[in-house]
Design a protein around this ligand. Structure first.
Ligand code: SAH
Ligand code: F3S
Length: 434
């Protein structure tokens, strides 16, 4: 029998990428689909959407129009992910040719909704089928594993708790079993995923022994042939001493920390309901830098949050100068439906927000350039994961520096010592020395 073809486009975060893997596996197992890169030949077109900021939502409808115009006759179109969760039926009203809508919390139902035309499945209540670790993996070298779903926080700017529901931790025995399976299949690195990973263990689906995130890291690191553990995203509020100490002392835990600051102003942080102050954030960075000087630190920053004054923005710049982040993901505030901040009236002028974003990004470029200059001539143990067409193979150091070398696929899935020979802003080039 000829396989049916699936085209899937994934927007947004790492959780979405993992959800897409889950749907690909489900559709392969139950419906015989294989993936294609060309939507025009696909029997099923899926968009796994993001709704964290507004722009991707506009993009969704223009893209859907394009898909509908050029799709193969009889092909179905499904909208999945966070925008599916929050817009629901509206999607089918706006784009009546869409066959079904499947929320971020419901991806394990993909093969059911496929057969129900105009189905809208967006329930955010707990559903154990989400815990099934489906077997499709986009990389054989690295295994992404969900450790919790949903988010219990109520950051006033963020739509995620509305689209992904309450936070529930997946029992550690299932996570460990999945990690063992992936390592058995050749992955040397696992990547733990959750909106709030270091809040792991606050609530399980049923009775469960008390296991927090530090303990989960300890248990996972006992898997013999597992070499590296990464995770995202931790929350600064939950960065207690035990967590930072485990991060620093466990040799299998990669030394790169994402610390989403959002704002350096304690007043704005309060309005955002982030649960920490500027001082707490700097205190945690200080502890981390003392215990683990080799760690790189990345962050997320929002500019132009309602009520952000020039002085508040200066506080963010001050934190940037003090911390010298290795990487930042910075965004202009985008009001989102069903969030508290949507109703805040002290809106920041768009031009002011754009200027702040530009200033912050140019400061970050300077910091990154200075940080990178210090790396020239250093040697790192690199785990190679991607082959580029131009004869380069790229990988990451333990502390998440992306380095490429001349080479071929024999390097994939291998560790090598690499000396950095050329520096750039986003990528560094090196030579394999052993
Ligand atoms: N759980 C993650 C956040 C997920 S959203 C965490 O706590 O880090 C990813 C990032 O998008 C956030 O860290 C924030 O910087 C940004 N973001 C979320 N909502 C936003 C909004 N309404 N406008 C602009 N940026 C936003
Ligand atoms: Fe969003 Fe805050 Fe949770 S940013 S995902 S509500 S920790």
């Amino acid at each position: 029998m000829l396989s049916k073809l699936l085209f899937i486009e994934t927007l947004g975060c790492a959780m979405n990428s993992r959800d897409s893997e889950h749907m690909i596996a489900e559709l392969h197992e139950k419906e015989g689909f294989v993936t294609t890169e060309d939507y025009k030949e696909a029997d099923l077109i899926l968009i796994n959407t993001c709704s964290v900021r507004e722009r991707p939502v506009h993009k969704l409808f223009s893209e859907l129009g394009g898909f509908n115009k050029h799709k193969k006759k009889g092909a179905k179109i499904g909208v999945c992910g966070c925008t599916a969760s929050h817009l629901g039926e509206e999607i089918i009203k706006k784009a009546p040719y869409v066959n079904f809508v499947l929320g971020a919390r419901n991806v394990s139902k993909i093969s059911e909704v496929l057969h129900k035309d105009k189905a809208v499945e967006i329930d955010i209540n707990y559903d154990e089928s989400e815990f099934a670790f489906k077997d499709f993996r986009s990389s054989p070298f690295k295994g992404f594993i969900n450790i919790s779903i949903g988010c219990d926080k109520s950051c006033t700017f963020c739509i995620v708790p509305k689209t992904r529901g309450d936070e529930i931790s997946i029992p550690d025995s299932l996570i460990i079993k999945e990690a063992q399976r992936l390592v058995g299949a050749g992955a040397k690195e696992i990547f733990l995923l959750g909106q709030n990973v270091n809040n792991y263990g606050r609530r399980f689906s049923g009775d469960h022994e008390k296991v927090n995130f530090a303990e989960l890291l300890r248990r996972l690191s006992k898997i013999d042939t597992l070499e590296r553990i990464r995770f995202t995203s931790p929350h600064p509020f939950h960065m207690d001493d035990e967590f930072i100490e485990e991060f620093s002392s466990n040799p299998k835990v990669c030394k790169s920390m994402h610390m989403p600051l959002q704002s350096g102003s304690t007043k704005v942080l309060k309005d955002m309901k982030r649960g920490y102050s500027k001082e707490w954030f700097l205190n945690r960075v200080g502890k981390l830098k003392t215990m683990c000087p080799e760690a790189t630190i990345s962050t997320d920053i929002i500019v132009g949050f309602p009520g952000e004054s020039d002085e508040d923005f200066e506080e963010t710049i001050d934190v940037m100068k003090q911390v010298q982040f290795d990487q930042i993901f910075s965004f202009k505030y985008s009001p989102r439906p069903q969030t508290e901040a949507e109703h805040f009236t002290n809106v920041v002028d768009d031009e002011v927000a754009s200027d702040r974003l530009a200033f912050l990004q140019s400061l970050n470029n300077e910091i990154v350039d200075t940080n990178h200059e210090k790396l020239l001539g250093n040697t790192y143990r690199v785990y190679f994961e991607t082959l580029h067409r131009d004869g380069h193979v790229a990988g990451r150091s333990d502390n998440n520096i992306v380095i490429k070398v001349n080479g071929s696929e024999e390097l994939l899935g291998q560790f090598r010592n690499v000396k950095i020979t050329t520096i750039g802003r986003t990528i560094l080039t090196g030579e394999v020395i052993a």
